[in-house]
Design a protein around this ligand. Structure first.
Ligand SMILES: Nc1nc2c(ncn2[C@@H]2O[C@H](COP(=O)(O)OP(=O)(O)OP(=O)(O)O)[C@@H](O)[C@H]2O)c(=O)[nH]1
Length: 319
């Protein structure tokens, strides 16, 4: 059994900022270290857990709620279970959902028993470099930045130089105490988030008083037991996109049998890519199409989404 503390890295950031991409990079760079990942998706279907690959010590999925509130007990139980493993993980990475206020999670992690065994080493906030500097006014993103020791600027490959300069200046003014690093495609330097010397005492931190929760976002999940038409799906998403904060999912396509596609809508950009890994849904018992939508409460109903996406489902032959 590994003696000594197991450092925790808490990854926060706005919806679609690039948290899963960063977590995957940390796991890929683990270089033989046993790193466990805990992945929280706000929706009923945990798409992120399917997308986190390569956690040598396993991925624990916490779905259908937020570990900053409804699932806070589940997080503490999960950590206790991970710490009972033999051998223990050498580090734990926790990916929060994009709607989480990390202050509440930090407060829970400061529980004396957890803190002694698994001190919170780094709060990493991922910020989309293509977001306008004005987007940093968002109160949820502000709350996430307020807790950050490290700010990772994602999507720098997509941002122009002037935009990057202004967002860097705005971040430095908002959170001067944080280390600011670039992380294109999640490529964050590992020593910035995980110490070389695990015996180093953890930083002192303050979670501050508990703030009232404001329910601002909701999540709607849509599934189908049949493949979808690619062009119809693209057209349907085009009609829904302006009312969505985030969407992601996997589906099989009528046009390319036997192949699954990964759909992502983040920061107003939609992408659709063939999946290179993982078994077909039919082999795992998962629905053949599973999409999660996150939106400001009341912007769309599940009925509206179902009508749009229902038109994309391939009808059985002969109908
Ligand atoms: N071009 C580019 N795309 C990126 C980068 N980082 C993330 N993405 C893309 O942005 C989208 C969202 O990335 P994720 O890593 O899933 O974001 P997230 O913060 O985990 O999303 P939620 O958990 O849903 O809030 C995906 O399509 C990623 O491939 C980057 O540095 N460059």
């Amino acid at each position: 059994m590994t003696a000594g503390p197991v450092p925790i890295v808490l990854v926060t950031g706005f919806l679609g900022a690039g948290k899963t991409t960063v977590v995957n990079h940390i796991l890929a760079e683990a270089d033989g270290r046993r790193i466990a990942a805990v992945v929280n998706d706000f929706g009923a279907i945990n798409i992120d857990a399917e997308l986190v690959a390569g956690a040598s010590d396993g991925v624990v999925s916490l779905a259908n709620g937020c570990i900053c509130c409804t699932l806070e007990g589940d997080l503490l139980r999960t950590l206790a279970n991970l710490l009972r493993r033999d051998p223990r993980p050498e580090a734990i990475v926790i990916e929060t959902s994009g709607v989480a206020d990390p202050a509440d999670i930090v407060r829970n992690l400061m529980d004396p028993v957890i803190w002694r065994e698994a001190p919170l080493e780094t709060v990493l906030c991922v910020v989309d470099a293509t977001a306008a500097a004005g987007g940093l006014e968002d109160p949820l993103l502000r709350a996430q930045l307020r807790m950050a020791d490290v700010v990772a600027l994602s999507k720098t490959d997509l941002a122009d130089a002037a935009g990057q300069r202004s967002i860097r200046m705005a971040l430095a003014a908002l959170r001067p105490a944080a280390v600011l690093v670039e992380a294109p495609e999640g490529r964050i330097p590992l020593p910035v988030v995980l110490p070389e010397d695990p015996a180093r005492p953890p930083r002192q931190r303050e979670a501050g008083p508990r703030r009232p929760r404001i329910d601002r976002f909701e999540t709607l999940s849509w599934t189908a037991e049949a493949p979808l038409s690619l062009p119809r799906f693209q057209a349907a998403i085009g009609r829904l996109a302006s009312r969505l904060a985030r969407a992601k999912g996997m589906f099989e396509a009528v046009e390319q049998p036997g192949r699954s596609f990964l759909f992502q809508l983040a920061g107003g950009r939609a992408t659709l890519a063939p999946m290179t890994q993982g078994p077909e849904a039919s082999a795992t018992g998962l629905p053949r199409a599973r999409i999660v939508f996150i939106l400001e409460i009341g912007r769309l109903s599940l009925e509206e989404i179902s009508v749009e996406l229902g038109q994309c489902v391939a009808l059985p032959a002969g109908r």
